[in-house]
Design a protein around this ligand. Structure first.
Ligand code: 16G
Length: 258
């Protein structure tokens, strides 16, 4: 690994990155910063100087810096945080996380097993009239209502998934009380699923989810639908989620049928 950059004025000086007739300035600047990220001279989590300082040191306009930064964000090399500036992206994706398809684990347990901290941002928690699909999947009656919980889920501070869970009200009367693990909460009352059926599909990230996950729209993701059942066979959880496909690996053990 090369030594981290301590001297931004020298790193950004035009002589360090600009060559006449070698293409647009913003691309040359983006390539220069990108190369430093790839070789580890700019380590993950490193904050880049403010736009106006980069412009001054590199001898370019702020518009050029902004264009270079959006190229780096599109390439997933930097992360732009509103009001806080640009940072070298922390990639939770190396190595990939293997999830066994045969074990029924919660997001929280799964991250714990891998030594990662997990956190959630609740995007929605409430009680609603069910959609026909929710009624069908959860076996709800005509007047039943449904609890919905939509969460952005983080592993070591990186957004990894967005999950929308629907549960019958007798299983989860108030989705607002789930602050961390849904399964840990359900377990406390003996209502956690003991079996689940999952469907995995490869999809592309839509613009709203892309914003939330801080990824470019159109990025390939895994869409996973899980229906969780109690021991008596009653369906009590229907979760639809998008998961970063560059970090999630699903591993299934297969046996020859007798
Ligand atoms: C997992 C489950 C999801 C479940 C959640 C509970 C998959 C694909 N999905 O993310 O269905 O609702 O765990 O996690 O594995 P929690 O107990 O940490 O809230």
């Amino acid at each position: 690994m090369s030594t981290p950059i301590a001297d931004f004025p020298a790193f950004l000086a035009p002589s360090a990155w600009y060559a006449a007739h070698a293409g647009a300035r913003y691309l040359q600047l983006a390539d220069h910063v990108h190369a430093a990220i790839e070789t580890g001279r700019l380590p993950p989590g490193q904050q880049l100087p403010p736009e106006r300082d980069i412009a001054r040191l590199a001898g370019v306009s702020r518009v050029t810096v902004r264009k270079a930064m959006s190229v780096l964000a599109e390439r997933n090399a930097v992360q732009q945080r509103q009001g806080a500036g640009s940072f070298v992206r922390v990639d939770v994706g190396a190595p990939r996380l293997d999830q066994t398809l045969s074990a029924l684990t919660s997001f929280t347990e799964y991250m714990e097993q891998r030594g990662l901290s997990s956190a959630s941002r609740v995007l929605l928690a409430g009680v609603f009239a069910p959609t026909p699909e929710e009624s069908l999947t959860l076996g709800l009656g005509g007047t039943d209502r449904v609890a919905r919980l939509r969460r952005l889920r983080f592993a070591d501070d990186a957004p990894l998934a967005i999950e929308l869970s629907s549960l019958p009200l007798d299983i989860l009367p108030d989705p607002g009380v789930v602050s961390q693990s849904l399964y840990a909460y359900l377990k406390r009352f003996g209502r956690a699923p003991v079996r689940a059926i999952q469907r995995l599909t490869a999809t592309e990230l839509g613009p709203t989810d892309a914003d939330l996950m801080d990824l470019p729209a159109g990025r390939a993701v895994l869409t996973i639908e899980r229906t969780g059942y109690l021991a008596n066979g009653r369906p009590i959880e229907w979760t639809r989620g998008v998961y970063r496909s560059d970090v999630y690996n699903f591993v299934a053990e297969l046996r020859l049928s007798p």
